[in-house]
Design a protein around this ligand. Structure first.
Ligand code: FES
Length: 374
């Protein structure tokens, strides 16, 4: 997703040297940066995290988030990037920056992370679409390295065989860990002589996967492989995440074990809103952002807080609008809201008054929020 500066929160950047740039497929490439000794503590990361690159493109300054493809044990900073149309800033990022150039890189962040459990026997399933493989690649390498007994299944969708980024690296991992890592590639625009592997990763495909692939569990004959799934990781476009997250949920995986990372702006809710709320009208809203105070009023609470402020064209920060990325995180200083889905805030943060504006339904006549967290 392309972010102009005004949509995002201010963050700290460091100038890092590009040491490697490699085209992976027609529309994707990877970048590797040198992290100098004095910045190593700033660039420590967990599998599944991302950095923001800040760079000039077409006369403007862009900030874009890119997932780290390396696992922490590899001790390097590598990113996988999709080259969008010539009008996009990622097109310029690919064409304008060469080995030896410096790029402004933010410190790693993001909560698409999993707690490592080296002593457990876990079953983890990943679904990725296109460049959405990037955080999963980091996760899978990390798990294979740190959890000797965990088994992994990856279902990876792309348009054609030639469009699969990181295929060599994934296949090399499978060869190394054949006993506990299986990958299945799916193609939406190429016939590969096997109908099962053709088409998009969606609810229908998930049902086929469950019934045809994840059947007998050799370690527990009472159960199927799907019954044994502990965690699901999904990364790609909004529609794919929505379809698969709901399908996994309906097939018995608790929402707290379904983790996803969106790779585009997505305005739909991932899970349908299950609750109705009492109507509150003529709501007064005071909020602070970038040290500036604003006051406005909302007609009612039928639309969530962030979306109402955006309609009124206030410069509030956002990205996913789905309770996942944390861009709209703020502190509720007065009033009451109900937080719908929340994939981002910890329980402790919620207790301290933090909310996600994109997932907040206002329940009082007046609220006061502060987007300036630092
Ligand atoms: S915009 Fe992503 S959590 Fe609110």
């Amino acid at each position: 997703m392309e972010n102009l500066l005004s949509k995002t929160k201010q963050q700290k950047f460091h100038l890092l040297k590009l040491t490697k740039k490699q085209q992976l497929t027609k529309n994707t490439f990877s970048m590797e940066f040198d992290v100098p000794e004095n910045l190593l503590p700033n660039f420590r990361f967990e599998a599944g995290q991302y950095v923001t690159l800040q760079y000039p493109s077409k006369g403007e300054v862009f900030q874009n988030d890119f997932s780290i493809t390396a696992a922490p044990y590899e001790k390097k900073l590598t990113l996988g990037i999709k080259i969008n149309s010539p009008k996009s800033s990622t097109y310029d990022l690919f064409h304008d920056f060469q080995r030896g150039d410096s790029v402004e890189v933010s410190e790693p962040k993001g909560r698409f992370v999993l707690r490592s459990k080296p002593h457990e026997f876990r079953t983890i399933v990943g679904f990725a679409g296109g460049i959405g493989i990037t955080p999963l690649l980091s996760h899978f390498k990390n798990i294979l390295h740190n959890e000797p007994r965990t088994r992994l299944f990856l279902f990876y969708g792309n348009k054609t065989v030639a469009d699969v980024p990181f295929k060599q690296e994934i296949d090399a991992l499978v060869s190394l860990h054949q006993d506990r890592f299986a990958v299945h590639y799916f193609y939406s625009r190429e016939k590969v002589g096997n109908a099962f592997l053709e088409g998009r990763l969606d609810e229908h495909k998930l049902n086929l996967i469950i019934n045809q692939l994840m059947t007998i569990d050799e370690t527990d004959e009472e159960a199927t492989l799907w019954d044994a799934v502990d965690e699901v990781l999904i990364c790609g476009k909004g529609e794919m995440i929505k379809a698969l997250a709901n399908a996994c949920y309906h097939n018995g995986i608790p929402k707290k074990n379904i983790h996803f990372e969106l790779f585009e702006e997505f305005n739909d809710d991932i899970y349908p809103q299950e609750k109705e709320f009492p109507l509150v009208e003529n709501i007064e809203v005071d909020f602070k952002i970038f040290n500036k105070k604003y006051t406005t009023s909302l007609k009612d609470n039928k639309v969530r807080l962030l979306q109402q402020l955006l309609i009124q064209k206030f410069p509030v920060p956002y990205s996913c609008k789905s309770g996942i990325c944390g861009s709209c995180e703020c502190v509720l200083e007065e009033g009451e809201v109900e937080l719908l889905e929340n994939e981002y805030l910890t329980e402790k943060e919620e207790q301290s008054g933090k909310i996600l504006a994109c997932m907040s339904v206002v329940l009082s006549k007046k609220i006061k929020v502060n987007f300036d967290l630092d």
